[in-house]
Design a protein around this ligand. Structure first.
Ligand code: ADP
Ligand code: MG
Length: 452
């Protein structure tokens, strides 16, 4: 087999792999491979690093072998070896993906190095609200300018609030605008994994080279390397080398740089040098906005009241919010049940229990007192004047509704009253609600506060 034969075979195999494994995988793992030669039944292939070689051997060698043998029976086996000196593009037996590179990157393809990006995590799919508008603006800015405005961009916030989504969105945006820029996105865990592998195989030069060649380095969940000293050390050097060369670094964490316990001081301070943007816990409005935007893509129509219900009840994070919506839709599709607030309650029963915030009697007393402009003490006092008695009864009713306390326990919290007083209050409110629309409105407003 001459070089031309090899080139032809490899280009067919390459296309088959793209079809079988998808663009992202092939771009990351297969495109760096170079076919070297064919000798005595063995097809020799060069890989640029040990890490890549191992990964390909462990994950794709069987498939590659199968595809190669399909093209030429003489190929008995494949040998992938590490060659740090890669042939220049003109010398390569072509696996070059010119066509792919010329095209603008689209969601579905991947960063050149690092781990694949989620095609759903784009700026278009990111709903902006008060809690995340700053982080969003910062992310957009990094994504849209070629000069480095601030380095690093440090995004932080609790789990499930959109850090990874924003990082992928930045990567997609840069890839689309300037496909030639070399972007590496990975979790801090992956970074450590690459690093440890390189140490183990005495391949740290390749590691350094690979990381220092990127234009944009994104490390997600950096808190992972807290307490991992040598990884931190290596990250610190990589970070400095990139920043010194005016390459953009973007980092995310679950805490602010100064709160990263177990992180070296010099690294903490370096991480805080650029722009630090936090994502706050969600608000009701943002949750509803996100649900509306996700519901628009659902196969089944989800009534607005159900979205409002979920937005009220699932307050932990956006991942759970999405999970709740998916469950409701899946249930409707599989069980064929109509989507209502009632059915949503059933489907989400376990989630609702855990995310239910504990409302206390005292909180209710305070809110009700302030709603009716009376003193908190009037809730506990023996006074029976109507202007304090009614609010007190409302508070008792709400305590029964929003806490799990028994009637005697509630009575005790209202200045040591008897449980029959509480029972009477509850009955009275339920009855009055029907004819008194202003009381009904009061109860609705107050209930809104406690059901959040
Ligand atoms: P984190 O990395 O902060 O833990 P993720 O970025 O993984 O959170 O977000 C969790 C889920 O919530 C993802 O599916 C993401 O698409 C979604 N999500 C987060 N923020 C938003 C937003 N503002 N608009 C739409 N979806 C969001
Ligand atoms: Mg994340």
């Amino acid at each position: 087999m001459n070089n031309l034969d090899l080139e032809k075979i490899w280009s067919i195999v390459y296309r088959n792999l793209q079809y079988e494994l998808g663009g992202p995988v092939v771009n990351s793992w297969i495109s760096p491979l170079i076919v070297d030669k064919f000798y005595a039944g063995v097809l020799y292939i060069k890989a640029p690093s040990l890490f890549l070689r191992d990964w390909v051997v462990n994950n794709y060698l069987d498939l590659i072998t199968r595809f190669c043998q399909k093209e030429n029976k003489e190929i008995k086996s494949i040998e992938i070896f590490v060659s740090l000196v890669h042939a220049s593009p003109s010398e390569k037996i072509s696996i070059k993906t010119e066509k792919v590179e010329e095209q603008r990157a689209k969601p579905g393809e991947t960063a050149t190095f690092g781990i694949p990006l989620d095609p759903k995590f784009t700026f278009d799919n990111f709903v902006v609200g008060k809690p995340n508008e700053f982080a969003y603006a910062a992310a957009r800015r990094v994504a849209e300018v070629d000069t480095v405005a601030f380095n690093p961009l440090f995004l932080y916030g609790a789990v499930g609030l959109g850090k990874t989504h924003l990082m992928h969105a930045i990567a997609w945006n840069i890839k689309t605008r300037s496909p030639k820029r070399n972007i590496a996105y990975m979790s801090a865990e992956k970074f450590m994994y690459y690093f440890i592998k390189s140490v183990r195989y005495k391949d740290t030069m390749a590691f350094k080279e690979q990381f220092r060649a990127v234009d944009v380095l994104m490390i997600d969940d950096i808190q992972f390397i807290c307490g991992k000293d040598s990884t931190q050390e290596e990250f610190f050097h990589t970070f400095n080398a990139l920043v010194d060369n005016n390459r953009q670094v973007i980092v995310s964490a679950d805490k602010s740089p100064s709160d990263l316990d177990g992180m070296e001081e010099r690294l903490k301070s370096r991480l805080g040098w650029g722009l630090v943007a936090d994502i706050h816990p969600t608000t009701y409005e943002l949750r509803l906005g996100i649900l509306q935007s996700k519901a628009a893509f659902c196969s089944t129509k989800v009534p607005e009241v159900v979205l409002e219900f979920i937005a009220h009840k699932i307050t932990t994070n956006i991942r759970e919010l999405e999970g709740a919506l998916n469950r409701i839709v899946a249930n409707a599709v599989f069980v064929g049940r109509e989507i209502t607030v009632e059915s949503a309650k059933d489907v989400l029963a376990d989630l609702l229990r855990t995310s239910d915030r504990k409302v206390t009697v005292e909180e209710i007393q305070k809110k009700v007192a302030s709603h009716y402009s009376i003193k908190f003490n009037d809730m506990l006092s023996p006074r029976r004047a109507r202007q304090v008695a009614l609010p007190r009864q409302v508070a008792m009713y709400l305590s029964k509704k929003f806490t799990t306390l028994s009637l005697p326990e509630i009575g005790k919290s209202f200045g040591g009253r008897d449980h029959t007083t509480v029972l009477h209050a509850c009955k009275k409110i339920v009855k009055t609600l029907e004819e008194d629309s202003s009381l009904a409105e009061d109860i609705r407003l107050l209930s809104d506060i406690f059901s959040r």
